[in-house]
Design a protein around this ligand. Structure first.
Ligand code: RFL
Ligand code: PHB
Length: 389
């Protein structure tokens, strides 16, 4: 088999890249380790930057998003019982879109099916060959059968636990990692959201977040011990803890109900440098992870996809490889700014095990400064809605 671009990973990065390339007349295949059904059970992101929405439009996969999503113009910050609204309107001419990653992924699978683009599932034992030559290739097995794919370029969109990154030699690859000593316990419940905007809450008992997917589907998170397990948390215990961590006004009005999904996610910051090696280009979680405070993971994956898609288009349409040559540098320049923002949001809003009284006072001062200072609010708004590409 021969394609121009072989994409490893059928999560949002790989699917979006594949669909954009297909639209541009560039022949690409997506190789996914799991089944479509499995990928669609992963409950993850829900808050999209405008740049990602525009890419979905360009990919021809935004119709349902436009019909069903919600627009958000601000967030609520709370520190113990005190809270304030931070409205983006005042500072940036850009809103956020609330639409689940699961739905977005489904739309991309459907869009690929409609145009007859190839996605292979149950792909295992992926090995990348000859990355530093003009004729790279992939060997893998699909449903147990060996397959060889010749290509011009390989996009490594296979997430944090993927294999593509490991093909950059150890002495050429530097990985920056920060593990946080806590996780997020999240639930999805078929109840109306407690508020029309997201609530990010710093409390003595730990961080909490109130988010949503639609008018009858809410997503809530509480910071938990990294070693904790979902079996230790009944729904009643979750709701009780959440109510203790958000301002009374919301705790008194929140509608509770059975959880339809419950999971614990670890929090880490991670960057792999470089993001390119020969004919291999890494995109999304394969190259970087942010803690979810600030909702930047999927959005940053989308900015990589945009840079790579534009660079490939420039190469195939105009025989100009400048974008490809600068891909790693360009993508990393944005990635590190997003890493900084996500780290800052995480540092200001969580309880850390070794935190002193002094550290807690500093957190409270950060939040009070944000409440009172327009420059601080503008900085947050600019980062939250998404840095320019
Ligand atoms: P994914 O989604 O991990 O997809 C990678 C795909 O590659 C497949 N794969 C392989 N395929 C073939 N061969 C191999 N050897 C393979 N190894 C792996 C995997 O099966 C998978 O299908 O990476 P991608 O596409 O880069 O997308 C990244 C996003 O999923 C991630 O950044 C976000 O979910 C992060 N995130 C959020 N991002 C936001 O922008 N806004 C949010 O509100 C937000 N909330 C979140 C989040 C992540 C969370 N968790 C669970 C970590 C909330 C949470 C709780
Ligand atoms: C979500 O809705 O899942 C969500 C929202 C905001 C975040 C993280 C996750 O910062």
């Amino acid at each position: 088999m021969r394609v121009q671009v072989a994409i490893v990973g059928g999560g949002p990065s790989g699917l979006l890249l594949g669909q954009l390339l297909h639209k541009a007349g560039i022949d690409a295949i997506v190789l996914e380790r799991k089944t479509r059904e499995y990928v669609l059970t992963r409950i993850r992101a829900g808050v999209l930057e405008r740049g990602l929405v525009e890419l979905l439009e360009e990919a021809g996969a935004a119709d349902r998003l436009h019909a069903e999503s919600f627009t958000h113009n601000g967030v609520v910050f709370s520190s113990n019982n005190d809270h304030f609204d931070l409205s983006f309107d005042q500072y940036v001419n850009q809103a956020m879109t609330v639409y689940g990653q699961t739905e977005l992924t489904r739309d991309l699978y459907d869009a690929r099916e409609r145009v007859g683009a190839t996605t292979l599932f149950n792909v295992e034992d992926v090995v990348l060959n000859d990355l530093k030559t003009e004729s790279p290739s992939i060997d893998c097995t699909v449903d147990g059968k060996s397959i060889h794919i010749d290509c011009d370029y390989i996009a490594g969109c296979d997430g944090f636990h993927g294999v593509c990154r490991q093909h950059i030699p150890n002495n050429k690859r530097k990985e920056y990692i920060k593990e946080y000593p806590f996780g997020w316990l999240g639930i999805l419940s078929e109840t109306p959201p407690v508020h029309n905007e997201l609530i990010y809450s710093n409390s003595d008992r730990g961080f909490a977040l109130c988010s949503m997917r639609n008018e009858n589907l809410s997503r809530y998170y509480v910071q938990c011990d990294i070693k904790d397990g979902v079996d230790n948390w009944s729904d009643a215990a979750f709701w009780d803890e959440l109510k203790h961590r958000i301002p009374e006004q919301f705790a008194d009005t929140i509608e509770t109900g059975p959880s339809i999904e419950k999971s614990i996610a670890p929090l880490r910051s991670f960057v792999c440098e470089p993001m390119q090696w020969g004919k291999l280009f890494l995109c999304g979680d394969a190259a970087h992870i942010v803690p979810p405070t600030g909702a930047k993971g999927l959005n940053t994956a989308a900015s990589d996809v945009r840079y790579l898609y534009r660079a490939l288009k420039q190469h195939y349409s105009h025989r100009d490889s400048t974008g490809l040559q600068h891909y790693s540098q360009t993508a990393l320049a944005r990635v590190w700014k997003v890493e900084r923002f996500s780290w800052w949001m995480t540092s200001v809003l969580h309880r850390f095990p070794d935190q002193s009284d002094f550290d807690i006072k500093i957190q409270q001062a950060e939040i009070a400064f944000l409440q009172q200072n327009e420059a601080a609010q503008a900085s947050l708004a600019i980062n939250y809605v998404g840095l320019p590409y």
